[in-house]
Design a protein around this ligand. Structure first.
Ligand SMILES: Cc1cc2nc3c(=O)[nH]c(=O)nc-3n(C[C@H](O)[C@H](O)[C@H](O)COP(=O)(O)OP(=O)(O)OC[C@H]3O[C@@H](n4cnc5c(N)ncnc54)[C@H](O)[C@@H]3O)c2cc1C
Length: 385
């Protein structure tokens, strides 16, 4: 396959972390690459992500392995940029509700079996390991501290990767209108946009986040979609000692580069109202509720104020696992569609770019091919998240 494979020009559609990471890796491999985005870069999920870098809790062995290698790529980047305010490895702290759903002991045992760096801490011991947490908010079952976890500010990372992409000769087209992949005789031939621009290419990578399933359906392909609407609230900067990412029953919290906090939760995203015209309405009570929940778990219960919020789809495949690689039925048509795109952003871009450039499938992506959806009946989940 690699011998007859000749890719000299690639169009990447989507200016989120998967598109940008893949584009820069293609440019590093010497492939002429155009990145096309409908609006400004990072305007999708990558611009409103909690972006906790982790492989905590349970998932398939293959997905865990890919995430661990994804974390490793961030560690390499962190070693090159030790002072980066946009990439920190200060650990993650997780606790569950004090009810029958509490899995902390089982999750800890599972993580230890995998060799995932984990400490099971009582509420009182937390302050010796990571600062800024209100011990009385932690449930009696205790918390897990994962020292190897971190967070990334994706818009900052995207800006840095795009600068390298352009320096290497890559072309970025933003505000291009909605793009469509053109297909002729069973292979991708390029991209056209609603603003009337066309790009010819030997291969196209569709990295349009939550739009991927709908867009491949136009080409007669099926990728199961489990995308929910998600809400990320950003506070004003606040002087706190918190360093770790917190995952608690009512709120997840991570620090931001400017000394503020980013917050999300499962309950608050369910309160988002989707209007009949497809726009979203976020209730003031939801935002205040999230700010209050965050204050409750922080030492000293600081007053948190809203700076801004982001709302929209959080791309999640129907079976919860990533979807990476070439569509089996359309040569040269590649896709990237996954949850945990912060954790996977660097490694997915690297592996996809290598596959596109060489035509050789990488074994690390073998479990995540889009063809699994055309081979499986609808609604057949393989794994938990
Ligand atoms: C609230 C929230 C919390 C999250 N928490 C975490 C976490 O803790 N850890 C983690 O690892 N991940 C997390 N994620 C997931 C992660 O942020 C996403 O997986 C990742 O950002 C997806 O990147 P993407 O490039 O696939 O999509 P996006 O960032 O959505 O980018 C897609 C781009 O394509 C463009 N586009 C769409 N359609 C078209 C078209 N037809 N033509 C041209 N351009 C188009 C869009 O404008 C957008 O710029 C979270 C996400 C959300 C929303």
């Amino acid at each position: 396959m690699a011998a007859s494979h000749q890719v000299s020009k690639v169009v990447v559609v989507g200016g989120g972390i998967f598109g940008v990471s893949s584009a820069v890796h293609l440019a590093r491999l010497g492939i002429e690459t155009v990145l096309v985005n409908d609006g400004p870069l990072a305007k999708g999920a990558s611009g409103r992500s909690l972006a906790w870098i982790n492989s905590a809790r349970r998932r398939s062995a293959e997905y865990h392995r890919l995430r661990m290698i994804g974390i490793d790529r961030y560690r390499s980047l962190s070693a090159r940029c030790p002072d980066a305010a946009w990439l920190r490895f200060d650990g993650g702290l997780t606790w569950d509700a004090d009810d029958a759903s509490n899995e902390i002991a089982d999750v800890f045992a599972h993580e230890k079996r995998l060799g995932y760096d984990a400490q099971h801490l009582s509420a009182d011991a937390i302050r010796l390991v990571t600062p800024g947490v209100c011990a009385s908010a932690v449930t009696p079952q205790g918390a897990i501290f994962n020292a190897g976890e971190g967070w990334v500010d994706l818009p900052s990372l995207i800006e840095i990767l795009i600068a390298e992409f352009v320096e290497r000769g890559g072309q970025v087209v933003t505000e291009a209108g909605s793009a469509t992949v053109t297909v002729a005789n069973g292979r991708a031939t390029g991209v056209t946009t609603t603003s009337g621009i066309s790009f010819a290419a030997n291969a196209v990578l569709l990295a349009t986040g939550a739009d991927v399933p709908r867009m491949v359906a136009v080409a007669g392909q099926r990728i199961a979609d489990g995308t929910p609407i998600a809400l990320l609230v950003r506070t004003k900067p606040v002087d706190l000692p918190l360093r770790a990412v917190l995952n608690t029953p009512r709120v997840a919290i991570r620090p931001t580069p400017d000394g503020a906090l980013a917050l999300d939760s499962a309950w608050s995203e369910k309160e988002v109202v989707v209007n009949p015209d497809g726009t979203y309405r976020v209730k003031a009570s939801t935002i205040q509720g999230l700010l209050d929940e965050a204050s409750n778990v922080l030492d000293g219960h600081p007053k948190l104020e809203l700076e801004s919020y982001g709302v929209g789809p959080k791309p999640i495949p129907g079976d919860g696992e990533p979807v990476f690689g070439q569509l089996r039925e359309i040569e040269g048509y590649y896709v990237a569609f996954s949850h945990s795109g912060a954790t996977l952003g660097l490694i997915a871009g690297e592996l996809l770019a290598t596959e596109i450039a060489t035509g050789t499938e990488h074994p690390l992506l073998a479990s995540f091919r889009p063809s699994r959806f055309s081979l499986q009946p609808a609604n057949s989940p393989r794994n938990g998240m």
